[in-house]
Ligand binder design. Structure first.
Ligand SMILES: Cc1cc2nc3c(=O)[nH]c(=O)nc-3n(C[C@H](O)[C@H](O)[C@H](O)COP(=O)(O)OP(=O)(O)OC[C@H]3O[C@@H](n4cnc5c(N)ncnc54)[C@H](O)[C@@H]3O)c2cc1C
Length: 472
């Protein structure tokens, strides 16, 4: 790429687009148009009822190499155009949203699995590789990549890294951060740096990999990742535990913690959630109980694990069953996508995390919240790591605008976050801060810590090129 001119006469996106045409026509950069409108939103902020879809979106670039990412970042810096890194856009916090004066750098075509090394137990991948695609590649080798957000079929490894995505199996294997060893990152000055190490251990210098994991695209663009892979478990088994009430089920989570069994997945579904899944799928779960702990065991000694888990759960009133493979598949699919929302109701979703011992307290607070705001509140929880996904709903009266979600739903959601904070929790367990939770994050982080975070951002990205208005 030729050197930037000594004097920049023009700034902004149109100047950048002209420079691409003149200096780097090999770069695939689309100008703002109605066709780029989907890049203005992520899954959490996209219009649910069609409003605003005629509006032009941002400019969007589709680099195919790290070098092209570097070229794009240098051009954006030269013309003062802010850059929004984007994976699949499945985020739920507005982290990848973009305006028509910004440049989205999509990782769509950075989708190569560069290396799999069973001997080192690592894979090296580009950021646009889908989580599911990596696991499909690894399965014939008897290996898997553990972090499994419920969006695993549609979300990218780069997006998972930038949000430090959690998932179902994180109960046993940890969140994305525990599976990332090294990153290649394009910084705001266009330089490409490698951070971390290929070895499982490594403590040289500050842990910049941990800093970048979960940084929501505000520090740089991840262009390659070295991730940990593991042998597929010798066995997997799905166990259900149904309870007579939400309170009884939530209280039983502690019985699993107190046992010696460490399931790979522990999902908790409360009574309204089971009702909602049944209504949408005719699945009949409520005939089996009012709340469900849906559990996966894996590894050696599966019979011993099942026996100890059953004893622990039956002692606290559960009806426990080992599910057939076919039933297990149905149950996991219902858990991942059975909760269809939005038909006839306004809804606001949430993502809070609390210490495991306080999960039951959060569920116990739902009736008071419902009474205070006149809304309905339910939740599923990644119970193994204290992460709840509450949903707050209100029926849409005849004639009301489905696109105008009443403020009361957001007020109730904010109150729920504050309830989580009051028991030692955090405003987001895995979806991130993005644009939608910045105010709440400010309630959690003390001023001195926020200043430190902004100083780190400034040190790496002094002009505020990457993803302004997000996360911090
Ligand atoms: C149905 C559904 C279920 C979900 N379930 C879960 C779940 O169980 N657990 C969970 O954690 N999340 C879940 N999510 C949220 C979402 O899928 C995750 O946040 C996911 O990690 C986002 O990946 P993405 O590729 O879609 O990233 P995007 O949405 O495109 O981007 C997310 C953030 O990462 C940044 N980013 C993306 N790629 C890069 C890169 N290469 N370099 C730097 N920054 C980058 C973006 O700027 C943005 O801030 C779910 C979403 C949906 C729609």
């Amino acid at each position: 790429m030729s050197a930037p001119p000594a004097t920049v006469l023009r700034t902004g996106l149109s100047a950048l687009l002209e420079a691409v045409a003149a200096e780097a026509p090999h770069l695939d950069v689309r100008a703002p148009s109605a066709a780029t409108a989907p890049f203005a939103w992520d899954a959490g902020t996209a219009p649910r009822h069609g409003e605003g879809v005629e509006v032009d979106g941002p400019a969007v670039a589709f680099p195919t190499t790290a070098l092209e990412v570097q070229q794009l970042v240098r051009l954006a810096a030269r013309y003062g155009v802010s850059v929004v890194p984007r994976g699949a856009g499945s985020g739920l916090s507005g982290g990848a949203t973009a305006t028509r004066d910004q440049l989205v750098v999509s990782t769509d075509r950075l989708d190569r699995i560069v290396e799999v090394s069973p001997a080192d137990e690592i894979a090296v991948v580009e950021p646009g590789v889908l989580n599911a695609a990596l696991n499909e590649h690894l399965a014939p080798l008897g290996l898997f990549y553990a972090p499994d957000p419920a969006s695993w079929r549609i979300s990218t490894i780069g997006g998972n890294i930038a949000t430090n995505a959690g998932g179902l199996r994180c109960a046993k294997y940890g969140v994305t951060r525990e599976s990332v060893l090294a990153l290649d990152v394009v910084l705001a000055d266009g330089s490409l740096v490698s951070i971390g190490h290929r070895s499982i251990k490594g403590v040289t210098g500050l842990d910049l990999v941990s800093l970048f994991v979960g940084s929501e695209g505000v520090l740089g663009i991840v262009v390659a990742a070295t991730v940990r892979i593991r042998p597929l478990p010798v066995a997997r088994r799905t166990v259900t535990a149904f309870f007579a009430s939400t309170a009884a089920g939530a209280a039983a989570i502690g019985a699993i913690t107190a046992s010696r069994v460490r399931p790979s997945v522990i999902e908790f579904l409360d009574e309204p959630t089971l009702d909602g899944i049944d209504a949408a799928n005719d699945s009949g779960l409520r005939t089996r109980g009012a709340a469900l702990l849906l559990i996966e065991l894996d590894g050696f000694g599966i019979e011993e694990q099942t026996a100890e888990l059953t004893t622990a759960l039956e002692a606290v009133g559960a009806r426990v069953a080992v599910e057939s493979e076919a039933d297990a598949e149905t149950l996991w699919e219902l858990r991942r996508s059975g909760r269809r929302l939005g038909d006839g109701s306004w809804f606001v979703g949430g993502d809070v995390a609390v210490p495991k011992s306080r999960i039951a307290d959060v569920f116990a607070g739902f009736p008071a919240l419902e009474a205070r705001y006149g809304v309905a509140v339910s939740a599923v929880a990644h119970a193994g790591d204290g992460n709840l996904h509450p949903v707050i709903t209100l029926p849409i009266p005849a004639g009301a605008d489905p696109a105008t979600v009443p403020a009361v739903l957001h007020d109730a959601a904010d109150d729920l976050v504050r309830a989580a904070l009051s028991v030692g929790g955090t405003v987001s367990g895995e979806h991130g801060i993005g644009t939608v939770k910045r105010d709440l994050a400010a309630e959690e982080l003390i001023e001195r810590v926020r200043i430190a975070q902004l100083a780190i951002k400034h040190a790496l990205d002094p002009a505020g090129l990457f993803n302004p208005g997000k996360a911090l």
